[in-house]
Design a protein around this ligand. Structure first.
Ligand SMILES: Cc1cc2nc3c(=O)[nH]c(=O)nc-3n(C[C@H](O)[C@H](O)[C@H](O)COP(=O)(O)OP(=O)(O)OC[C@H]3O[C@@H](n4cnc5c(N)ncnc54)[C@H](O)[C@@H]3O)c2cc1C
Length: 517
């Protein structure tokens, strides 16, 4: 270990992790006058939103759907910048297509008339229930996203104040339960309830507050960032650096140091000690409390408590490129959800029994229909994602052994039902399993999205944005309030700014090019 601590400067902040939560926290702290040092173990910024490149294919590893773009516009504007000048975000239409094995298709788009026609085509008697569902969704959006999602939830009183709203909006009911109360067709029940899977929750158990996603999609659209979410992350790095902050990639934090009950810096795995006035962790709260604070006594987030918690499902994601296929499979657009033979049964296998089923449902991403930069000219870039159990428990799947078998099963389904003959054109291949999530993102139990968003793991029950255990320690990102998904992790940094004191000795920020114009 180097003996002299390197300090990050006056009013200094260290942010551990350059996920979108960490990047947005660093931007906001920079705007608040802190001298920020951001550390991430990966070689690219973005965390789950980072990318890898192989044979000319850029594989955006995680998020593909950007909703609520105003969250980003606000972030940029809080830093004195203009998001639209720095990121090329484009609406996608249709949003996505949901397919079933019987050949039926449900195309989701913004236009309400078109959606009513679509519901009518599948199940005429469900149109009134669908309209009610949309209203329900809006009420939950106002309460859950605009209300408690944007406020700190670190005091019990913060939660108690919201209880009447939870009761009124039937937060005890699951997303699937709510959809089932409104529509009868099993395909529509699936189409209105699958969204929690995008943030790691089981639709049959996650609180119905999450039906708010239908409203935010309808109201604010589904977007794609040209250059992938990686381009957004890179743009965030530029803002941080323009503010005078430092972004260090390939640096892993081994420990958060604590003195007199207050976090006062970090030590990297290379033994470098960096001191700071505050530490913000964007690493998973499980990793933060269990590993980075392993030498400290904890009262709330103990090993036992973390082990008892419910973690989101794992993900098997196969990223592949195909040569000379642009224009082929013309009915397969940017986003496709392909249902397997079972919905509730499969969810039960993944979340409750933790059993790797033979059948699967797949989300297929084909960004090459929107963004030419993802593949060589004439080629396609895809990813196929199948939710699987996480690694919690002694009898979890051995992915070193299972990876190729599962890839072949997935390839068979894709070949039979979506993109026949694609394997003859393969030009690149990369796989992430829950074991890779554990090793790449240091995600407990290889969970795809940190703690599952169950009602007793949400709001006040989730690890707080201001640590319950140590002073000067703050948390942002998917495992904290308000939760996973791009809009929420960026909102967690909005909550952070309500909790972090203003920098005691504000820095004079260098004039940035954008701000000067
Ligand atoms: C396959 C997939 C698809 C998704 N699709 C969507 C979607 O379409 N739309 C959507 O809104 N959301 C989607 N999500 C969810 C969304 O991507 C995540 O919730 C969000 O990106 C998580 O951001 P985060 O800030 O919590 O941090 P993460 O992205 O988890 O980043 C945390 C960072 O911390 C770093 N780190 C951890 N420990 C240390 C350490 N000790 N030292 C240094 N660095 C460390 C890691 O390397 C990582 O870079 C998807 C997620 C996945 C995995």
């Amino acid at each position: 270990m180097t003996d002299r601590p390197t300090t990050a400067g006056p009013s200094s902040a260290i942010v551990i992790g350059a996920g979108l939560g960490g990047l947005s926290a660093a931007m906001r702290l920079g705007a608040k006058g802190y001298r920020v040092t951001l550390l991430d173990r990966l070689d690219r910024a973005g965390g789950r939103g980072s990318s890898v490149t192989q044979n000319g294919h850029r594989f955006d590893l995680g998020p593909t759907i950007v909703t609520v773009p105003q969250v980003f516009k606000q972030l940029w504007s809080d830093c004195g910048r203009d998001f639209d000048r720095e990121v090329d975000l484009r609406p996608v239409d249709p949003y996505y297509e949901i397919r079933w094995r019987d050949g039926s298709v449900f195309t989701v788009r913004q236009d309400e008339e078109a959606m009513i026609e679509e519901v009518h085509r599948l199940s005429p008697r469900d149109v009134p229930g669908y309209m009610k569902f949309l209203k329900d969704s809006e009420a939950r959006y106002q309460f859950g996203f605009e209300g408690l999602g944007r406020r700190p939830m670190n005091k019990l009183m913060d939660l108690i104040r919201e209880l009447p709203g939870f009761v009124k909006l039937r937060a005890d009911r699951s997303v699937y339960g709510h959809a089932s109360a409104r529509v009868r067709d099993p395909r529509l029940r699936m189409a209105l309830s699958f969204h929690p899977l995008f943030i790691g929750g089981d639709p049959t158990h996650v609180t119905s507050m999450y039906i708010l996603v239908s409203h935010l999609e309808k109201e604010f659209g589904v977007h794609y960032a040209m250059g992938g979410v990686q381009a957004m992350a890179d743009a965030m790095v530029r803002v941080i650096e323009d503010q005078g902050g430092t972004v260090r990639r390939g640096v892993e934090v081994d420990e958060i140091t604590v003195s007199g009950g207050n976090a006062d810096g970090v030590v990297t795995t290379e033994g470098e000690r960096i001191a700071a006035d505050i530490v913000v962790s964007n690493a998973d709260p499980g990793h933060t409390y269990d590993r980075l604070l392993r030498n400290q006594t904890k009262t709330r987030w103990t090993k036992q408590r973390l082990n008892r918690s419910r973690w989101s499902m794992g993900l098997f994601v196969w990223y592949f490129g195909t040569k000379g296929t642009a224009g082929k499979w013309s009915d397969v657009g940017h986003h496709t959800i392909l249902n397997g033979p079972r919905y509730k049964g499969l969810l039960n296998d993944i979340f409750m029994k933790r059993h790797l089923a033979h059948d699967m449902s797949i989300y297929l991403h084909r960004p090459s229909v929107t963004d030419p930069s993802v593949a060589p000219k004439g080629d396609d870039t895809f990813y196929a994602l199948s939710p699987v159990p996480n690694l919690h428990g002694a009898d979890s799947v051995d992915w070193a052994e299972m990876e190729e078998t599962y890839r072949q099963r997935l390839a068979r389904v894709l070949d039979e039902q979506l993109i026949p003959g694609f394997e003859d054109h393969l030009s690149a291949s990369h796989i992430l399993t829950p074991a890779s999530f554990e090793s790449r993102y240091l995600s407990p139990h290889g969970a795809g999205f940190s703690l599952e968003p169950r009602i007793f793991q949400s709001a006040w029950f989730r690890p707080h944005n201001i640590s319950e255990e140590f002073g000067n320690l703050f948390l942002v990102g998917a495992g904290t309030h308000p939760g996973a998904g791009i809009p929420s992790v960026v909102t967690s940094s909005e909550v952070l700014t309500q909790l972090v004191p203003n920098a005691p000795r504000p820095l004079v920020l260098p004039q940035t090019k954008m701000a000067a114009e």
